[in-house]
Design a protein around this ligand. Sequence first.
Ligand code: PGA
Length: 255
Amino acid sequence: MHISHTPLVIGNWKMNPKSVKLAIRLFQDIQKSATRVRGVDIGIAPPAIYLSELARLAKSKRLKLLAQDVFWEDIGARTGEMSAPMLKSTGVAQVIIGHSERRALGETDEQVNHKVLATLKAGLGVVVCVGEKKRDPQGNYLTHVEKQVRAALAGVSKAKLGNVVIAYEPIWAIGTGDTATSHDAHEMKLFIQKVLSDIFGRAVLSKMRILYGGSVNAKNAEELLREGNVDGFLVGGASLRAHEFATIIKIAGAY
Ligand code: PGA
C-alpha cells in the first residue's frame, strides 16, 4: 500500500546559534524564504531558551516550533527541567523526544516513553527519534530499532497516533556527512511501518509520518524522498544555513 503524506521538514538547531540575536536572524531568514513554499509542513527546534522570543516572531501557521526535550511531570521540584504544559504555553507545537544525543547522556527507553505519554497528554505532538549505532550483517540493528519503537509507544492510544511522528536517525549518519543510502532509508521505513502495524493495526500508517535524519542536505534530499520514500526530514547541521534549509524545504514541497 502506498500512502502519501504531506512532507514534514524539521530543523533541529541543537545547541545553536550562540545568541538570541543570531537565533532571531536565522529564524527570520528561514521564515522569509521557506514559508512561501506550499505542500510541505515546516518545523524549527531551537534551544528552549529562544522559544518564547521566536514564537512572537512566527508569522506563518505552517511553521511550527518544536522543543528538543521535555520532562514527564507537569510541575514541581525538578531543577533544570521543563514540562510539556510549560512548552505549550510558550507556543510549542511538538517535542523531539529520544534524540540519540540525549540517549547518549543516559536517557533510557523507559524515560522516552514517559516523555511521549506526558507530551501527548498535554495535547502536543511528538517526534520520536530511533536509530542504531551501527549496522551488522546479522540484522541486529533491526531488532534494536523495533525495541526502541515499541518502548517509546507503550501505552499510547490509537487515537493519539495522528500526533506521533517517527524520525529514523542512524547514529552513524548524524553529523558525519555519511548519509544513509536511499535504500537504507526505504528499508527502515518499511520495517518501522511493519512494527507499527503489528502493534496498532495497518490503518494507523495513514496517520503517521516517518522521517529520515542524519546528514541530510540540499544535495541528497531529493533522492532520499524519491527513492527512500521517506515522509520528510529531521535536519541538523544544514538547518543552520537558512538558504540550504530553504532549498531542502523547496525540494520537499515540489516532491
Ligand atoms: P545532522 O543531524 O543533520 O547534522 O546529521 C541530524 C539530527 O541529529 O537530528
